[in-house]
Design a protein around this ligand. Structure first.
Ligand code: SAH
Length: 218
């Protein structure tokens, strides 16, 4: 087990990162503060300690990635998180995004399809700090019908289409934020579910995510 230390140097680098996110257009001070409070270097291999606060994605286990901080800030801001929100996240990965949501006071239900990542995350080092994160091994296209409905759904992998079961599991008035494939990039979409089950769409900027894949991987 590695030693987790959050030094003045880490905090200084983190503050610089947060300032750069503000410059890049992130306006929610709540989101920026939550990201300041979550030490990103804890979620990476210690080899990345010195560069953990660069605004880039990095490799994690099972050939997956921890999202770029700008992307995490962008998706979290669009999700308009309130304390007590019940949020379904697709793609646990490093647990960094889930921790930012938990730091904002949400109840997070996060699904990962890679067995290896799920197994690593079972002993998540921040469990005592964030008991409000629940981990599931499964296929995100299916969602978690037993725990539905959710106030919000966040997909952190490139979706080939809008997963219908996830729309079903959203409350009326609920939001879903997801990057949808468009050529070799994805365009960020926010859905607002209406009382009659249909939804409104708002389209935002282009991003590059790892693919959302069907089924589980043992
Ligand atoms: N939120 C993560 C980002 C990880 S990258 C973080 O903060 O680190 C996207 C993750 O989505 C990968 O771990 C990938 O294995 C996972 N994924 C892809 N398709 C999935 C699916 N159908 N169900 C669940 N997880 C999926």
């Amino acid at each position: 087990m590695r030693k987790l230390e959050d030094t003045y140097q880490h905090k200084g680098l983190r503050k610089k990162l947060i300032d750069s996110l503000r410059t890049k257009g992130i306006t929610s001070e709540m989101v920026l503060e939550a990201m300041y409070n979550v030490p990103r270097h804890f979620f990476l291999d210690s080899a990345f300690d010195k560069i953990a606060y660069e605004d880039r994605a990095f490799p994690i286990a099972a050939e997956q990635t921890i999202s770029q901080p700008y992307t995490v800030a962008y998706q979290t801001q669009l999700l308009n998180v309130h304390r007590g929100d019940k949020i379904l996240e697709i793609g646990t990965g490093s647990v960094y995004q889930a921790s930012v949501l938990a730091e904002l006071g949400a109840w997070v239900y996060t699904i990962e399809r890679q067995r290896k990542l799920y197994d690593i995350n079972k002993s998540f080092f921040f469990k005592t700090k964030y008991p409000n994160i629940k981990f599931f091994y499964g296929d995100g296209f299916e969602g978690l019908p037993a725990y539905a409905p959710f106030d919000k759904v966040l997909i952190t992998a490139a979706a080939p289409f809008i997963p219908p079961k996830l729309v079903e599991q959203l409350k009326a008035g609920g939001l879903m934020v997801l990057p949808v494939n468009e050529g070799d990039k994805q365009r960020m979409l926010r859905l607002t579910k209406k009382a009659d089950g249909s939804y409104d769409e708002e389209w935002f900027d282009y991003f590059s995510f790892v693919p959302m894949l069907k089924g589980k991987n043992n």
